[in-house]
Design a protein around this ligand. Structure first.
Ligand SMILES: NC(=O)c1ccc[n+]([C@@H]2O[C@H](COP(=O)([O-])OP(=O)(O)OC[C@H]3O[C@@H](n4cnc5c(N)ncnc54)[C@H](OP(=O)(O)O)[C@@H]3O)[C@@H](O)[C@H]2O)c1
Length: 262
């Protein structure tokens, strides 16, 4: 299948490791020019160098925090200055801490909104005018299975990510006429460092071992295993492609069937 992505410019936020890095790699494998960011400059540089070498594509990598509106604006400008466009934008960030409602402070709520909702707003505000000019664009948000099915002790993710879905649907409705498709991808339990953090905090709270926690997550899915970052990444790349040209405003879970609803 020809995905029609060769030479497109793909921004992938929060991409030095985990699902973001796998997504940057999958776009590079399709011949896209890739723009990456994360806070830790060394980890980001090493991920960017590896991707550029392995796939022979140009990569722009800038270290910054996606909660910094000015830094996002300057980054998108640098991408357009270097590559001439911002065709695809995948928004991503770390996840908010695992907490129950009474354990979460108002400051935790503000930080979660900054990290997962406002960072998405910042990227969308910057890339949409460039996409409008080309009458072609793709915005894909990375959120979580929590957008369909709340996960215990993730009240911040369960709540704030719903706002991202509202944003996705609104942007899809407003900018479909401009050739811009906007979708949300919700990973289920995927083998990354984020999942190790969650296993640690759940293990401390429940008194079970981290191994038992991982096994419980695997058994909870229909396919009885955790996901691999590459499986989420390839779904994102397909959604960005010409092969998914009539899909917008949707949430697609990549969760091995962990979501229990119809
Ligand atoms: N893994 C799962 O099972 C799972 C399931 C559902 C949802 N998710 C969600 O999917 C997203 C990606 O998860 P992951 O598992 O790939 O996480 P991960 O392995 O912890 O990677 C997170 C990446 O984001 C970067 N990052 C974090 N905060 C950032 C910030 N404020 N500004 C810029 N970059 C930032 C990190 O680099 P720096 O630390 O250097 O900034 C790193 O590159 C998260 O929102 C997570 O909650 C994950």
């Amino acid at each position: 299948m020809n995905l029609g992505l060769r030479n497109k410019v793909a921004i992938v936020a929060a991409s030095s490791q985990g699902i973001g890095k796998a997504t940057a790699e999958s776009f590079a494998a399709e011949g896209c020019r890739v723009a990456m960011c994360a806070r830790n400059a060394d980890a980001l540089k090493s991920a960017a160098d590896q991707i550029s070498k392995q796939h022979g594509v140009e990569v722009l990598a800038e270290p910054f925090d996606v909660t910094d509106e000015t830094a996002v604006r300057e980054f998108v400008k640098a991408v357009v200055d270097k590559f001439g466009s911002a065709d695809i934008c995948v928004t991503n960030a770390g996840g908010p801490p695992a907490k129950g409602f009474l354990g979460a402070s108002v400051d935790d709520w503000r930080k979660a909104i900054d990290l997962n909702l406002l960072s998405t707003v910042y990227f969308a505000r910057e890339v949409i005018p460039h996409m409008q000019r080309k009458h072609w664009g793709r915005i894909i948000t990375i959120t979580s299975i929590t957008t369909k099915q709340p996960v215990p002790d993730l009240v911040l993710s369960n709540s704030v990510r719903a706002g991202v879905v509202g944003l996705v649907k609104s942007l899809a409705n407003e900018f479909g006429k401009d050739g811009i498709l906007v979708n949300n991808v919700g990973p289920g339990f995927t083998a990354t460092d984020r999942l190790k953090e969650l296993a640690k905090s759940r293990s401390a709270a429940q008194g079970s071992s981290e191994k038992e926690i991982f096994e419980g997550w695997a058994v909870d899915s229909a396919v009885k295993r955790l996901g691999e970052p590459r499986e989420v990444a390839d779904t994102i790349v397909w959604l960005a492609s010409e092969r998914a040209s009539y899909i917008t405003g949707q949430t697609i879970l990549v969760d091995g069937g962990a979501y229990k609803g119809l």
